[in-house]
Design a protein around this ligand. Structure first.
Ligand code: PMP
Length: 400
């Protein structure tokens, strides 16, 4: 064997071995150029063609309409916490030059959306409103353990500069449901109705390409770091509605904060994502992953597969809960298909669980340092057989 284990890490995370083998060849010789992918100019015709293919692989699999551009940048989800605020405040200044105050509306369902709201507060330039904070309806009033009921959202700003949500909370293991009839779906119907071009922002860092994106066309910005479902860290993918490609310098003259050019969506778009050197190698590996996912049936294929994988894991947690061995951390119906979190009950039981899994070649299941417990991430590259392996281990742990 090549010594590889099953990697349930939350990000960076598992990538398909077949892609890594192909990428290793490209590292030596990209596309017959005789130059490796980490060595070739980002302006070469071969890389330019590859980048265009990556864009079209995303566009076709997610059904991105022509109203939206697809952009590639760096800085991860964290840089986008800042960039969305700066770009959409600039847009808001251009559309509404004389407002005394600007609203930034945040839906807070977990650690990442909380962090995004904190960054917006740091940057200033608008009043941060909390549309809902899921902790208020949690079991203990402190943790993020569910997607709140629709009745608890208050979208009260008539003309916000942005409305932000995070589709999948990687740390806390809660995710909006893709089923519009589920109480855990995103309440699109409650959004302000008088704003035709909604400034809706979705952080899809840890669920991008794992299934279709509901109401994609209604979003202003969708962004995702590559390092969960599709590639190495270092690449951030943006889907940007074209009215959000604004002249940030014109906005600054009206009083908006200046926007660094590398963060301005218009700069990225005007330069086809190569204003400066992009993350060439991560784009390459992500492109290979996206080619493979297109061959397999795209996001519809992964949605069905990811649902089956997660269902198996949640069933095992439930079985363990009935026996007092495991404890679910997330309320039923709100559980993420990507990051499944639970506790192992009892003194020393968690350490025993982790070392037992490691002994069988299953790694990276320790929960995020801020919440503890176990987190098993089931991104696209984690196979159903690998999921079956951890489920079998959980069952054997119960039998001990
Ligand atoms: N948003 C979500 C949902 C995430 O999972 C992460 C990273 N785990 C981030 C934002 C931050 O991304 P990055 O580390 O790429 O800055």
């Amino acid at each position: 064997s090549d010594g590889r284990v099953i990697n349930f890490g939350a990000g960076p995370s598992a990538l398909p071995a077949s892609v890594l083998e192909e990428a290793a060849k490209g590292l030596l010789n990209f596309n017959g150029t005789g130059i490796g992918i980490a060595e070739i100019s980002h302006r070469s015709k071969e890389f330019t063609a590859f980048l265009a293919e990556v864009e079209s692989l995303i566009r076709s699999q997610l059904d991105v309409p022509e109203t939206h551009g697809i952009l590639f940048t760096q800085g991860g989800g964290s840089a986008q916490f800042s960039a969305v605020v700066l770009n959409l405040l600039a847009r808001h200044h251009l559309l509404n030059p004389d407002l005394p105050e600007r609203d930034l509306d945040y839906v807070i369902t977990g650690s990442w959306s909380k962090k995004a709201a904190e960054e917006a507060r740091r940057l200033g330039g608008g009043r941060v409103n909390v549309v809902v904070d899921a902790r208020a309806s949690s079991k203990d009033g402190r943790t993020f353990d569910s997607i709140p009921a629709h009745a608890s959202y208050s979208f009260t700003s008539p003309n916000p500069a942005l409305i932000y949500y995070c589709e999948n909370e990687t740390v806390d293991g809660v995710e909006f449901s893709n089923d519009a009839s589920s109480p855990a779906s995103f309440p699109f119907h409650l959004l302000p109705q008088n704003t035709p071009l909604l400034p809706l922002v979705g952080d899809y860092s840890s669920s991008f390409m794992s299934r279709p994106i509901p109401r994609l066309a209604d979003h202003a910005i969708i962004y995702a770091g590559a390092q969960k479902n599709i590639g190495p860290a270092g690449l951030t993918i943006l889907i940007v509605r074209k009215d959000c490609l604004v002249d940030v310098d014109a906005a600054a003259k009206l009083g908006a904060a200046p926007v660094p050019l590398t963060m301005a969506y218009k700069t990225l778009a005007d330069n086809s994502s190569v204003y400066n050197t992009p993350a060439v190698l991560p784009i390459y590996i992500s492109g290979l992953v996206l080619r493979r996912s297109a061959e397999q049936g795209g996001v519809q294929y992964y949605e069905a597969l990811n649902k089956r994988k997660a269902d198996k894991l949640y069933a095992a947690i439930k079985e363990g809960e009935a026996r007092g061995v495991f404890r679910a951390k997330v309320k039923e119906g709100s559980g993420s298909l990507m990051n499944v979190v639970f506790d192992v009950v009892g003194d020393g039981a968690e350490a025993k669980f982790i070392s037992g899994a490691e002994a069988l070649g299953m790694k990276a299941i320790k929960g995020h340092r801020s919440v503890g417990g176990i987190r098993v991430s089931l991104y696209n590259a984690v196979t159903e057989e690998q999921t079956d392996a951890i489920v079998a281990f959980m069952k054997s742990f119960l039998a001990q």
